[in-house]
Design a protein around this ligand. Structure first.
Ligand code: PLP
Length: 401
């Protein structure tokens, strides 16, 4: 017998498992609205033209070699990533008090940040929004932190539970870590207003709560890179400390390249230097150093004016298509006379719509209409097209009537 005979079959990942089920379905009308990956109007994955151009430049440059990167990754990439999220004129960058390390996309950045905090920060509790991206509790628990939740979403208004959020953060122990979605909250698509962000900031700073921003959708929410970074920049502008995990999966379409960055904004350059030295001790035994290709693509684009400009145009086109799909879905449900107030579809922001459909309705839509989505009723707007809207509307209509 196998020495592993006692290993039990693990369940599929609740998000990635949706695609596994989709792939097995032979139906020609099937639609995958599960995974958070951009698709064109034709339902195809998209490699940005600017990414192809950057790759050409890299391939044609004979000085490019495949040596190991340093433990902290590509230096140019780190500098440019900090600039992208904090802003070119950020005092924290000018005062060299930001420690940035290249990590394996957003997930790896969250994990490295979590491990660093578990080793070096006095308060081990991290508060995550309820609900949140399904991987958050697992990442932070395995990093060695204790995970608690704060109220975020109100199903009755399909908006922010701002009172609940403030009450829960007020009741958190001083110094607790708070995970905040920088923009385009996943799965709800509900973000605080700038005025609400300011109140959250005041409360968190007065209680000494430590912000840990997850920025997986910069530029993807509004189509504007600066607008989507405003929450983070408000917290950095007050001179306080924070962590930021950045992902280039969505905004550059570099999903499988696994390229992201963790930045820790510190009070002084001296602290940042020591923090960076400890981040190296977290990374070295985990994966030694990060991969070179994706970071080289990002650095090539971010440091060239013309490529950067082309990127912002392609990024806005992706964001606009998603916003347009929201309108189309909303209009089609209205035209169909589907019972319910569907205005949240056009109010929510980012890649996902939190439809309000329950698990039974989702199961029904999958079984009868071959529409695949997570059981919490979240649909990826990026997976939708003008051609598939009518089929989705049929399914929703049948599910709620
Ligand atoms: N954080 C949030 C909120 C996400 O939605 C995602 C991806 O879906 C990630 C982080 C991490 O993605 P990746 O590791 O592919 O960058």
């Amino acid at each position: 017998g196998s020495v592993f005979a006692n290993v039990v079959q693990a369940p599929e990942d609740p998000i990635l498992g949706v695609t596994v089920a989709y792939n097995k379905d032979p139906s020609p009308v099937k639609v995958n609205l599960g995974v958070g990956a951009y698709r064109t109007e034709e339902g195809k994955p998209l490699v940005l033209n600017v990414v192809r151009r950057a790759e050409q430049l890299l391939v044609n440059d004979p000085s490019r070699v495949k040596e190991y990167l340093p433990i902290t990754g590509l230096a140019d990439f780190n500098k440019l990533s900090a600039k992208l999220i904090f802003g070119a004129d950020s005092p924290a960058i000018q005062e060299i008090r930001v420690a940035t390390v290249q990590c394996l996309s957003g997930t790896g950045s969250l994990r490295v940040g979590g491990e660093f905090l578990a080793r070096h920060y006095h308060e081990r509790t991290i508060y995550i929004p309820q609900p949140t991206w399904g991987n958050h509790p697992k990442v932070f628990t395995l990093a060695g932190l204790s995970v608690k939740t704060y109220r975020y979403y109100d199903p009755t208004t399909r908006g922010l539970n701002f009172e609940g959020l403030l009450a829960d953060l007020s009741a958190a122990p001083p110094g607790a870590i708070v995970l905040l979605h920088a923009c385009a909250h996943n799965p709800t698509g509900v973000d605080p207003t700038l005025d609400q962000w300011e109140q959250i900031r005041l409360l968190m700073r007065s209680k000494g709560l430590l912000p840990f921003f997850d920025s997986a959708y910069q530029g993807f929410a509004s189509g504007n890179l600066d607008a989507d970074a405003q929450s983070v920049r408000m917290f950095v502008a007050d001179g306080g400390e924070c962590l930021t995990a950045q992902s280039y999966a969505k905004n550059m379409g570099l999903y499988g390249e696994r390229v992201g960055a963790l930045s820790i904004v510190c009070k002084s350059a001296d602290v940042a230097t020591r923090v960076e030295s400890q981040l190296k001790l977290v990374i070295r035994p985990m994966y030694s150093n990060p991969p070179i290709h994706g970071a080289s693509i990002v650095a090539t684009i971010l440091k060239d004016r013309e490529l950067y400009h082309e990127w912002t145009i392609e990024l806005k086109a992706m964001a606009d298509r998603i916003i347009n799909m929201r309108q189309q879905l909303f209009d089609a449900l209205r035209a169909r006379g589907t019972p319910g107030d569907w205005s949240h579809i056009i109010k929510q922001i980012g890649m996902f719509t939190f439809t309000g459909l329950n698990t039974e309705q989702v199961t029904f839509m999958t079984k009868e209409y071959h529409i695949y989505m997570t059981s919490d009723g979240r649909i990826s707007m990026a997976g939708l097209s003008s051609k598939t809207v009518p089929h989705l509307v049929d399914a929703i209509h049948a599910a709620v009537t």
